[in-house]
Design a protein around this ligand. Structure first.
Ligand SMILES: Cc1ncc(COP(=O)(O)O)c(C=O)c1O
Length: 415
């Protein structure tokens, strides 16, 4: 078989792939769940391990020829163990959603009760939304953030748990800018004899670097995505104490998945190695400092931030007071024209629809990877302001687009 490149075989896909790299290079990726993986991670993910079936776990596979798959998976496990300090790690979930699925499948029976944060208050579909299988197979109640402060209403959660008597409480969120007090949720779970799943999908890198408190050793289960703040390439991870190890492993495979995506497991191994280096801690600290600078500047420019600021990698802006005639969708669209890619997002007390919500969510993990500092993020806040103040003004959008390109040129990506 000849070793042809994509371009030799399929120019249409090759063109799209090149255009995607150009798009990432020449615009600001501010979707809070995205990042830029290193060339090393991308190389590992694009490797011949994509060919290998390795059902089972290192040392105990259903197929032969797994010696290198074993090596790679064991490295990913060992590095994750060192990063997070968990007793048991499973690196095979295809994504964060599959990691959550595995915990539910391991520990719950159909019809059991889940208590999780409402989607419009920052929760995630895989925590029990009716459109996800979780919302259909289990009985779900949702807690909320305090409408006055934007912080999780921990007391309300404990009261709701006492009444609802869930089998599992889910913490960890998609659009929540504040530090999560794992122990308060654990106490609420302990009080009603419920399990606690802490989903750190968004903050996996911040937890690994020690810039957000870790739920490992507090919650019964910790799940995460590996491609967000930790930039270890697309995938998921489950961590737990040894007592749950066999149940979790069987729930991942054969419970919910077939053969592991070994090329992605290789990406995780490489990304975790990068995250073990001292430079990663600096990166994670800078990511948070950048989000704070972005949030402060947006607030100075008149925007209202849910919870009045941020402790992590994202800010959530409620446009209703400052820009009553501009929806999150309008803002998202105009900003994308200007080269600033973020998403319209629901906000606590949402009064519009999930398809055209009242807020925007903006994150700094990808900007920080390409070298942005606090000054750059203050500039970005001003650019966002100019566009959202005049989303229909083509001249403003074009001017901002030019300034975005200058910022990108000063912070090159994938050279
Ligand atoms: C809190 C939370 N959990 C789970 C997920 C799902 O992750 P994935 O897209 O890796 O399946 C997300 C995605 O953003 C998330 O925010």
């Amino acid at each position: 078989m000849e070793h042809e490149h994509v371009r030799d075989v399929d120019p249409a896909v090759a063109d799209a792939l090149e255009s995607e790299v150009d798009r990432q290079r020449s615009s600001l990726q501010m979707i809070a769940s995205e990042n830029h993986a290193s060339r090393a991670v991308i190389d590992a993910q694009g490797s011949a391990l994509t060919n290998k079936y390795a059902e089972g776990y290192p040392g105990s596979r259903y197929y032969g020829g797994c010696e290198y798959a074993d090596e790679v998976e064991q490295l990913a496990i060992d590095r994750a163990t060192e990063l997070f300090g968990a007793e048991h790690v499973n690196v095979q979930p295809h994504s964060g959603t599959q990691a959550n699925q595995a915990v539910y499948f391991a520990m719950l029976e159909p019809g059991d009760k889940i208590l999780s944060l409402d989607l419009t208050h920052g929760g995630h579909l895989s925590h029990g939304h009716p459109a996800n299988f979780v919302g259909q197979f289990y009985e779900v109640e949702q807690y909320e953030v305090d409408p006055d402060t934007g912080y999780v209403d921990y007391d309300g959660l404990a009261e709701q748990a006492a009444e609802f008597e869930p089998d599992i409480i889910v913490s960890g969120y998609s659009a929540y800018p504040r530090e999560i007090e794992w122990d308060r949720i654990q106490n609420a779970a302990d009080d009603v004899d419920a399990l606690h799943l802490a989903d750190i999908a968004h903050i996996t890198g911040l937890v690994a670097a020690g810039v957000h408190p870790s739920p490992v050793g507090v919650a019964d289960f910790v799940t995460g995505s590996t491609h967000k703040t930790i930039r270890a390439g697309r995938g998921g991870i489950v961590m737990c104490d040894e007592e749950y190890a066999d149940d979790v492993d069987s729930a991942v495979f054969p419970g919910g998945q077939g053969g592991p995506l070994m090329h992605n497991v290789a990406g995780k191994a490489v990304g975790f190695e990068e995250a073990l280096q001292p430079a990663f801690e600096t990166y994670a600290e800078q990511t948070v400092a950048n989000a704070k600078a972005l949030g402060e500047s947006l607030a100075e420019n008149g925007f209202s931030l849910v919870s009045d600021g941020t402790d992590n990698h994202l800010v959530l802006v409620d446009l209703r007071e400052s820009h009553p005639d501009t929806s999150g969708g309008d803002a998202e669209e105009a900003l994308e024209e200007a080269g600033i890619v973020l998403n319209g997002n629901t906000v606590p007390g949402e009064t519009r629809s999930a398809f055209d919500p009242s807020g925007i969510r903006a994150g700094t993990p990808a900007l920080t990877t390409r070298g942005f500092d606090e000054d750059d993020c203050r500039t970005v806040a001003d650019l966002i302001t100019r566009v959202v103040d005049a989303p229909e003004d083509d001249d403003v959008v074009a001017e901002v687009r030019e300034e975005v390109e200058q910022l990108c040129a000063a912070n090159p990506l994938y050279e």
